[in-house]
Design a protein around this ligand. Structure first.
Ligand SMILES: [Zn+2]
Length: 325
């Protein structure tokens, strides 16, 4: 029995010893684990610790500055702008003069060639865009005389009004471009034999236009009257189109106008006497010039509404420049 009791007591002691060793071991390892937990890096520490290093990381971001050195390659772009050929065209020619403005404020340009005391005047475009080839002819004559100033006699000055109806030609190249901005036919507004309305038989009827509120009511007509009274031309040509021929200004007939018409007819194919359609051309420029200012004046109608008949009208120009009343 005692041996059994003694064995039991020894077993308890062994058990206690093992339990104590186990507890000590538990405390030891728990301390190590907790110590390991405390040594774990503090996430907040990362904000502090790298603070000393950022001065280096910005440097690589500055490398893009090198790309700016490539921008000078753009500067060659502005250099290929050799536009000096454009600027001279913007400058008005020395021989151009503005004699007034249209109803809508467009300039009425006259080009002068020569400095002689014998003045002659060519008017184009009185019927605007409907007869725009007369403006184109004027531009061709201006260009020709710019290249050939020697064609002007020493005693002569030639004035070319390239477009008396710029509002009409701005509106349309065609029937809608015949009248000015007030729907007035500028070749029916002159203060001689004027009528607001007229018998349309044989006359232009493609649009309902009129002669103006009163004679000489339009800015274009007023400007040209003032200019003619200023330069006092000894002869005048007004260009039209198309096809009816050459008309001598003056009611009743004005012999100097007829002589000018005959001389021009000799160098052209234009009908003379003109084709009579039965129209009474009231209030027109050449009748006014011949009958109220005694200026030999003719209308010349080009062959059609497209061509300028430049070769023929170069001959007309030469006759006109040498012509004397
Ligand atoms: Zn006409």
């Amino acid at each position: 029995m005692r041996k059994n009791l003694g064995g039991i007591a020894a077993g308890i002691w062994v058990f206690n010893l093992v339990a104590i060793l186990g507890l000590v071991a538990l405390l030891y390892f728990s301390g190590v684990l907790s110590a390991a937990a405390w040594s774990e890096p503090d996430p907040n520490a990362a904000l502090v610790a790298p603070a000393g290093k950022p001065s280096r990381t910005p440097f690589p971001t500055m490398t893009p500055v090198a790309t700016q050195t490539r921008r000078p390659t753009i500067t060659p772009w502005p250099t290929p702008s050799p536009g000096p050929s454009v600027t001279p065209m913007a400058m008005p020619p020395a021989n151009r003069q503005i004699i007034g403005y249209s109803e809508e404020g467009r300039a009425l340009d006259v080009y002068r060639f020569g400095r002689g005391p014998v003045h002659k005047l060519i008017v184009a475009g009185i019927h605007g865009g409907y007869e725009y080839n007369t403006v184109q002819l004027a531009d061709e004559l201006i260009a020709y005389l710019n290249d050939h100033p020697e064609q002007i006699p020493a005693d002569t000055s030639l004035f070319i009004l390239r477009n008396l109806n710029p509002d009409g030609s701005a509106r349309a190249i065609g029937v809608e471009g015949r009248a000015n901005a007030n729907n007035v036919d500028l070749n029916r507004n002159w203060p001689y034999n004027w009528q607001k309305e007229w018998e349309r038989d044989g006359c232009w009827i493609w649009r309902p236009i009129e002669g103006g509120e009163h004679e000489g009511s339009e800015a274009e007509v007023q400007a040209l009257i003032a200019y003619i009274d200023n330069i006092k031309p000894v002869a005048l040509i007004s260009y039209h189109s198309a096809a009816l021929g050459i008309f001598a200004g003056g009611v009743p007939d004005f012999p100097p106008s007829i002589r000018l018409a005959e001389d021009v007819a000799e160098v052209t194919d234009y009908p003379w006497p003109p084709i009579n359609t039965g129209c009474d051309y009231t209030g027109n420029l050449t009748d006014w010039a011949a009958s109220t200012r005694s200026i030999p004046s003719i209308d010349i109608e080009l062959t059609d509404h497209r061509n300028t008949d430049f070769a023929q009208n170069l001959r007309v120009l030469q006759v006109f420049l040498g012509w004397r009343p």
